[in-house]
Write a new protein. Structure first.
Length: 211
């Protein structure tokens, strides 16, 4: 059976990228391997992580292109050359255009630090704390044309305790992200995920903790 190849798109520190790479190296990513890092910031720490792990990186400066579509066409060419099966967004701070969204529909996922559809967009953790909810969490979802509106694949809830700060809650959320994302990617690598309309079904996997 051929290797299931993923491309990780990231713009910052790369903690989720690191978690995925470690899962791949310990054979807990369902047989998936990271074929490529895509990064829009040459100085981002995630680029150094990729270098240290020996993972190829496609690094670009958006300002060097006339449009988002222009650099995304280059990215798609690279993804196709590597026969990438799944795009995994991990702190990629740019909205995708139809150039990628349409080409990889059903093979493009993101992780978001809230229980969607609550608190989409930027600073989801701050939004949740400001609203005063007692429960938030993490969502892994398919990417569509909207802002965090794609079909939900998995979620994990976290209690917000009295006196919680943005920093302490963010630490808890990021810990869950580093556990949940490799698990979901492993489902894809093993062919467990089915998408019909907005309904996502995960078969042959223990999903009780992620609904």
């Amino acid at each position: 059976m051929s290797t299931f190849r993923i491309a990780v798109f990231a713009s910052g520190e790369g903690s989720n990228f690191q978690a995925l790479a470690e899962a791949a190296n310990t054979d807990t990513l369902g047989g998936a391997k990271i074929a490529l890092l895509v990064c829009d910031k040459p100085s981002a720490p995630v680029v150094r992580r990729a270098e240290q792990l020996g993972i190829p990186a496609y690094v670009f400066k958006p300002k060097d292109y006339d449009s988002r579509e222009a650099y995304e066409r280059e990215i798609v060419m690279r993804l196709e050359e590597l026969q990438v099966d799944l795009i995994v967004l991990a702190g990629y701070m740019r909205l995708l255009t139809p150039v990628i969204v349409h080409q990889y529909r059903g093979r493009l996922i993101n992780i978001h630090p809230s229980l969607l559809p609550a608190f989409p967009g930027k600073d989801a953790i701050g939004q949740a704390l400001a609203y005063g909810v007692k429960l938030s969490g993490v969502t892994v979802h398919f990417v569509d044309e909207g802002m965090d509106t794609g079909p939900i694949i998995a979620q994990r809830a976290i209690d917000i305790v009295s006196g919680e700060t943005a920093e302490s809650f963010a630490q808890a959320v990021h810990g869950i992200e580093r556990e949940l994302y490799p698990t979901v990617v492993s489902w894809f690598a093993q062919g467990f995920v089915r998408l019909e309309g907005r309904e996502v079904t995960v078969t042959q996997a223990d999903t009780k903790d992620y609904r």
